[in-house]
Design a protein around this ligand. Structure first.
Ligand code: UT7
Length: 329
């Protein structure tokens, strides 16, 4: 039996800005080639935010597009949650900066750090806030400027990441539309397989940490790959189970866009057709917490996600963190 949702998505938005860096551009920077990147990841190009701009410069326009579609103004927001691992600054939070930028003077604001699963974490929190009545309108944004923490000398990681932001405005649901399940989990024991060692209280910035390149993403890609496939498959099944929906009933799966081969493995394990899976990794690369809301906005604009459709979001990321959410639009 499908549960009655308490919260629904009222509007979505996204923002992509800066230089488009192609695989051919990367060939000139590290020992790699277009064919390898396309075959191993599915990526062809990615956005790199202009110098001098920051995360909130992407998050704010994404938020404004989502608010406009929701038919709301910034003052209507009670809460802003930004999922990110690349905030403007450690503090104030990027959510506070966006609150000021868009003029959401009635909203509380905070960042959530759950890496690539961050948007699903944010959505889950928003759903709970609306369910308890603590908030009526919640803005959830996934926004990343990964180019600032990417080691442009490491071919194992620099080919993967891109910058971007996606947003959703949530409000109360009275009918059948809305969040039918929201599931999040974590396992901190394997955190060092994908991490940013420098800049926190463990390794504060010094000349040595800069020389040792500790302020860049470190990743054991191959080991992460295996966990990502298994965990995203399990999360997807859990998200469906909690809502009492079978994979065959799905109109669209929107997986975190980390690697085309990971997406294909999940598609095949859930026995989904190409039409049931949304993929845009070719154009944006892996934008971490931003990948799902960017894809969701694109799917809606392209008519791949229509009124009444059932859509499953599923993600896996550093931490490890993972989660899934089934939404009826
Ligand atoms: O966002 C959530 C978390 N992140 C992920 O989900 C990422 C998951 N991992 C991956 O997407 C993949 O592991 C990568 C795309 C990062 C790497 O693909 P892979 O198939 O796992 O390659 P590999 O690391 O096993 O490397 C295979 C070979 C190696 O050469 P040898 O040892 O076989 O001679 C690498 O040195 O490919 C080499 N290689 C490259 N060659 C050309 C590694 N990176 C590159 C490169 N260009 N950029």
């Amino acid at each position: 039996m499908i549960k009655k949702p308490v919260a629904k998505i009222l509007g979505t938005g996204s923002a992509l800005s800066g230089k488009v860096l192609s695989n051919f551009d990367l060939e000139k920077m590290v020992d790699t080639n277009d064919e390898w990147i396309r075959e191993r990841t599915g990526i062809e190009r990615r956005y790199i935010l202009e110098e001098g701009k920051a995360n909130s410069d992407l998050a704010a326009p994404a938020a404004e597009e989502a608010l406009k579609e929701a038919g709301l103004v910034a003052e209507d927001l009670d809460m802003i949650i930004i999922a990110t691992i690349t905030p403007d600054t450690s503090f104030p939070s990027t959510a506070c900066r966006v609150q000021a930028k868009i003029g959401a003077k009635n909203a509380a604001a905070m960042d959530v750090a759950a890496a690539c699963s961050g948007f699903i974490y944010g959505l889950t929190l928003a759903n709970s806030l609306i369910a308890t009545g603590a908030a009526k309108h919640v803005l959830v944004i996934g926004s990343e400027v990964l180019s600032r923490i990417t080691d442009w000398e490491d071919r194992g990681t620099c080919i993967l990441f891109g910058d971007g932001a996606g947003a959703a405005v949530l409000g109360p649901s009275e009918g059948d539309k809305g969040i039918l399940s929201a599931y999040i989990k974590a396992d901190g024991r394997l955190g060092d397989l994908l991490h940013l060692p420098g800049g926190g209280s463990l390794n504060p910035a010094t000349h040595e940490t800069v020389d040792q390149r500790l302020h860049y993403i470190k990743m054991e890609g191959n080991r992460i790959f295996k966990h990502a496939v298994r965990t995203m498959r399990d999360a997807a099944l859990h998200g469906l189970d909690l809502a009492g929906v079978d994979a065959s009933e799905l109109d669209l799966l929107i997986p975190h866009q980390a690697n085309m081969r990971i997406i294909e493995a999940i598609q095949s394990r859930l026995k989904l057709s190409d039409e049931q899976v949304f993929v845009n990794i070719k154009d944006y690369g892996n934008t971490s917490a931003a990948s799902i809301p960017i894809a969701m906005n694109q799917a809606r604009r392209e008519g791949r996600l229509k009124e009444g459709n059932k859509c499953l979001l599923v993600a896996f990321g550093g931490g490890f963190t993972w989660g899934a959410s089934l939404i009826q639009f």
